[in-house]
Design a protein. Sequence first.
Length: 185
Amino acid sequence: MAELHRISPAATLSQHMHTAIIDQTLIEQKARDARESDRKRNIHVLHTGDEDTLQRMLNAFQPGTYVAPHRHVAVPKAEAVLVIQGSLGFVRFADDGTYQAEDFVYMNPKKGVFGVDYRAGVWHTFIALEPDTVVLEVKPGPYDAVTDKEFASWAPKEGEIEADDYLATLEDHFRRHFELPARVW
């Protein structure tokens, strides 16, 4: 496995010169990093830096992590997410924050649904449905924290008291729709 360089509590950066191998050891490390994180998620950056025109990363999620609904519109960016391990819920929202059953995608490789690709400007969030879920995320760069995401005014921000209740309600609706077991967190 290539050396991992920690760039923040929430992320590591690959130090590969030519080729990065995404193997079970790396997947397990990122899942472990997410388990140890207060945010219950952790990223491993595969691209060389924020200025790269193609951003590629592994994103590890644990149940109960809150990804605040957002979209990529100031600098329009489409995104693709492929599940490598575990299962992840994708929720698309209308501009007013509402959602319908057809806005849910249950990504689980064991069920034959590997990921999603969505256009720029789509309001969305993710729900970790299993421990140690790891995805490959790809989107255009460069990355600029100021313009990357627009967070929804109709949903709590990460860290706000209401976030856990919002996530619990959303996940419960999602699980009922797909007849999944009750949430564990």
